[in-house]
Design a protein around this ligand. Structure first.
Ligand SMILES: Nc1ncnc2c1ncn2[C@@H]1O[C@H](COP(=O)(O)OP(=O)(O)O)[C@@H](O)[C@H]1O
Ligand SMILES: [Mg+2]
Length: 390
């Protein structure tokens, strides 16, 4: 039994309904019409900027998304401290690697340490502790507007216990993922709140935890993660984020750990993220889904009354395979219907075979051959069918 099974038992039904909804949206992303590669590339670039801006701002940097974007284009952004720029550069590059290579990156202790090193690669002040667990105690302070401490918020794991606790957490998380009795979203949520309570590094724990969120979600099949910023949703709800963390964290070392406040927050962010991702695939967003060549087919279809794929190909001036791809995508978007009716309808079906021996009053379809399509009720291509009598 994975070590944290107990604390994840008897969760309220509201959490389970969130999980069910997230899974349903994940299914829709996977089986839905795919966005076109140019659009995916653009979205990914913009998420890298947004997530970098949001994640570093949560921890006190002051760069706007526009500043981050300029910085990444190599333009100098004079008005900000070097530290802010160094932090943004590290976050951006690391997240980019996660988006590109998540399949090849193992979830392990050495990945965590390596990520920490990469995250702070450019930050002068963190030079001495990059990639290494804390050597002295680090309390989480509440800070005022001016950045001065106004009190200790919570005690983290002492430095001498940090390697042991972090390794145990990583191993338990891995074991739970393999075991598959606990839902992956609960395993990830549990990892994050524990990681932040241990606070394994002198600095950078918050940012690193959000990079790990991206990696873990991707590795568990939430593949829309690079196209809608998780970090931005956290930033927009920063007060709730901290509150939820504190509420769960103060119970974690006691007799009755309560993960519910944190899981409610975490799942609500993932839920919003999945909704936005699926929203990208909606049929109103047709130009995001079709490539320019495919758009030519779509435009042609709207002017055509009754056509076959060969005619579409000729009329729109695009190759047959592209026509087939478009029809497939339009079908998923429900922009066209595939209608192999049961009653033979010469308007919709093209009978290519008749069952000569059959007797009966009605002509019905015996076998369906390739699918036909209708656009706004008019056939684009007839279903080719074999007709028999009943
Ligand atoms: N007010 C707060 N309430 C709860 N948790 C907090 C609060 N302030 C900081 N933390 C925790 O500490 C993390 C920041 O730790 P830190 O090591 O400084 O990371 P970073 O350098 O990325 O900011 C936050 O992401 C959060 O988990
Ligand atoms: Mg910090």
């Amino acid at each position: 039994m994975p070590p944290f099974t107990k604390r994840l038992e008897n969760l309220p039904s509201t959490l389970w309904s969130k999980i069910t909804q997230i899974e349903e949206l994940k299914g829709r992303w996977i089986s839905g019409a795919k966005l076109n590669p140019q659009v995916l590339g653009r979205l990914k670039k913009s998420v890298l900027v947004t997530s970098t801006g949001a994640s570093t701002r949560i921890e006190g940097a002051r760069l706007s998304d526009e500043d981050v974007e300029k910085l990444m284009r190599g333009l100098s952004v004079q008005k900000f401290a070097d530290r802010d720029k160094q932090e943004a550069q590290g976050y951006y590059e690391l997240l980019k690697n996660v988006f590109e290579f998540w399949q090849a990156i193992p979830f392990s202790e050495s990945t965590i340490k390596h990520f920490h090193k990469e995250l702070l690669k450019y930050v002068e002040k963190d030079k001495l502790h990059r990639g290494q667990y804390k050597h002295s105690e680090n309390k989480v302070h509440m800070i005022d507007e001016a950045g001065k401490s106004v009190g200790v918020l919570f005690d983290t794991t002492p430095a001498y216990l940090t390697p042991k606790e972090t390794l145990e957490l990583v191993e338990a998380t891995e074991a739970a993922a393999k075991d598959k009795t606990i839902h992956p979203l609960l395993i990830i949520g549990n990892f994050l709140v524990e990681f932040l309570l241990i606070h394994p590094f002198q600095d950078g724990n918050g940012r690193l935890s959000r990079i790990m969120t991206n990696l873990l979600l991707l590795k568990h099949g939430y593949e829309y993660v690079p196209y809608v910023s998780h970090e931005k949703l956290v930033e927009d709800n920063k007060a709730d984020y901290y509150l939820a963390l504190r509420r769960s964290q103060k119970t974690l070392r006691g007799k009755a750990p309560n993960l519910v406040p944190w899981l409610e927050f975490f799942l609500s962010v993932v839920h919003k993220q999945s909704e936005e991702a699926v929203g990208l695939l909606s049929s109103e967003n047709i130009e995001r889904i079709l490539s320019p060549k495919q758009m030519d087919v779509w435009r042609y279809l709207q002017t055509a009354v009754e056509v076959t794929p060969a005619q579409i190909s000729q009329g729109a001036g695009v190759a047959r395979p592209t026509v087939n791809q478009v029809l497939d995508k339009l079908l998923k978007l429900k922009k066209i219907d595939a209608k192999p009716g049961t009653k033979f309808d010469p308007d919709l079906h093209e009978a290519i075979l008749f069952d000569e021996n059959a007797e009966g009053e009605h002509e019905v379809i015996a076998d369906e051959m390739p699918t036909g399509y209708t656009l706004n009720g008019r056939p684009i291509r007839h279903s080719m069918v074999k007709v028999t009598r009943k």
